[in-house]
Design a protein. Structure first.
Length: 188
């Protein structure tokens, strides 16, 4: 009689181990999944000097709920991540960053680093004093400002925006014309 419960216990432990290993594999990203490689502004600036590529800057704050939603949903979408990796150096810039950023000898600082919700000079510059979070700045491969897009963007809408700049459609047509013919991979 003792043999049966011991056998069941061993079987249960084995099933649990197989189940746990399977669940762990599901949580790990496979090599075919793409995630966005985020750079600091300085890193992207230096990379762009060596190998020019458009720059995408996500200007966010730690307290912004829509910023977190953008990270969890839109930036986590594999179609978005794959495209952004290929066409942009992607930068995360905390608008309330306390650190100094130096670009070619020019210093950008947070004028009140100990103050709550003090805006960094680089964020101010990139957003052209229109402080709204999240906001996204697109720079061409020479580092020149293209535009700023403000607010949360669902993946299917954001796909169209990043293609408009990533595919250089902005050089040939307005966004209103472009969106009438755009067909993306992401469906609602």
């Amino acid at each position: 009689m003792q043999k049966l419960p011991l056998t069941l216990l061993i079987l249960a432990v084995q099933l649990f181990a197989v189940s746990a290993a399977s669940a762990q594999k599901k949580d790990q990203k496979t090599p075919t999944e793409t995630i966005i490689k985020w750079y600091s502004f300085e890193e992207a600036y230096q990379l762009n000097k060596k190998k020019p590529k458009k720059v995408f800057v996500d200007v966010y704050t730690d307290w912004c709920g829509w910023c977190k939603k953008m990270d969890a949903e839109t930036f986590a979408n594999p179609v978005i991540a794959k495209y952004m990796q290929k066409h942009f150096y992607c930068v995360k810039l905390n608008a309330e960053l306390k650190d100094t950023i130096v670009l070619d000898g020019v210093k950008f600082i947070n004028p009140n680093p100990s103050s709550r919700r003090s805006t960094h000079q680089l964020a101010n510059e990139l957003l052209r004093d229109k402080m709204s979070y999240p906001s996204y700045v697109f720079l061409n491969d020479k580092g020149n400002y293209l535009t700023m897009v403000a607010g949360y963007q669902a993946a299917e809408n954001f796909e169209m925006i990043i293609h408009y700049f990533g595919d250089d459609a902005y050089l040939k047509q307005t966004f209103d014309v472009y969106k009438t013919s755009f067909v993306g991979e992401i469906k609602k």
